[in-house]
Design a protein around this ligand. Sequence first.
Ligand code: ADP
Ligand code: MG
Length: 385
Amino acid sequence: MTGGSLEPGTVLGVLGGGQLGAMFAAAADRLGYRVAVWDPDAAAPAHRLAQHAFAASFSDPVTLEQFSKIVGAVTFEWENVPAELCGRLEKAHPVRPSGAVLRIIQDRIEQKRFLQSHHLPVPRFASVESADQLPAHVRTLGLPAICKTATTGYDGKGQWSLREPSDIASVQQALAAGSQRGTRWILETWLAFERELSVLVARGSDGDCRVYPVAENRHEQGILRLTQVPASVSVAVATQAADLARRAVEALNGVGVFCVELFQMRGGELLINEIAPRPHNSGHYTLDACSVSQFEQQVRTLCGLPLGEVRLASPAAMVNLLGEDIRRVSDDPGCRELLSKSGAKLHTYGKREIRPGRKMGHVTFLADRVDIAADLAAQLMKRLA
Ligand code: ADP
Ligand code: MG
């Protein structure tokens, strides 16, 4: 330890080996740390960048022993890793964010209750403990509504929208069919929001807290498609979004990088949709548009280094490359032309298997004005469509 920080060369453990883990590993490498990745999938992108790759089940006791022996600190790259495993690793190492934070966040019901108890605004919701409770909760909340599995959902997976009374029976059936012992769901009022926003927050163990500029997101079928930053919102809305995000992370006493997703209603009201206890897809622009990326902040918060600046050096727009987009972006002449423009930056994650909707890479456009960056992004999305 030097001044309370982990020495370069220390092995940083990361649970989960997707693209977020890979970008964390790249940032750790640049700061002189080594990385151990634990992900059951041997083809997970982060294994390629890790000095130590553990491709075993998260419940494997031998891997737990080996992993624990070599790491000096642990983080995770998605919230669906077992909180119990974090709890065990926590007995021997700093785990950031903590297992306690993970427990609150990985259950959508617990998370919303937590936010509510801290007077942070969330959409109206109900906890659905069994499929046959659905009709009663829909009667109370009203339609339209959206039902989500309480745990393990991502990219819009495990979600059902209910628009009309006739949807109730079919969704109830779907819940019953997918139900295992202890499965719960959250039913939320479906909001006709004006726009979706997200705010990245880095918070150190000393309580220092840095908030990146508010970003604006567009989702398609529950999957992030486009992020542009700065968001086209008033200073008052941006200030309020930043304030809510900071308050949420402070309420959690979270240490690490967090992303707070928000809905902005017509009239400006803001509601928190969810919190990710890790770097976020909507924060990928920080790799190119900020001098310190969200992944570098994750390394810094884990290692006890001072947090870096969060200033936006350039407006940016980021387009996700989903599924077959990854082929098209390099095959289509129009896409190739856009990629060769000044300010265009291509990132690909090295995933071999292409699946519809799978995040394969992203393109960030930097420009002097956000509308110029957004226009380049729109042109790319049109070519990809
Ligand atoms: P996840 O990102 O974990 O898959 P989210 O709860 O963020 O789950 O849902 C994904 C997307 O679905 C959101 O970004 C938003 O576009 C839409 N969505 C989720 N909840 C609501 C809601 N209550 N009202 C309207 N749209 C919603
Ligand atoms: Mg989300």
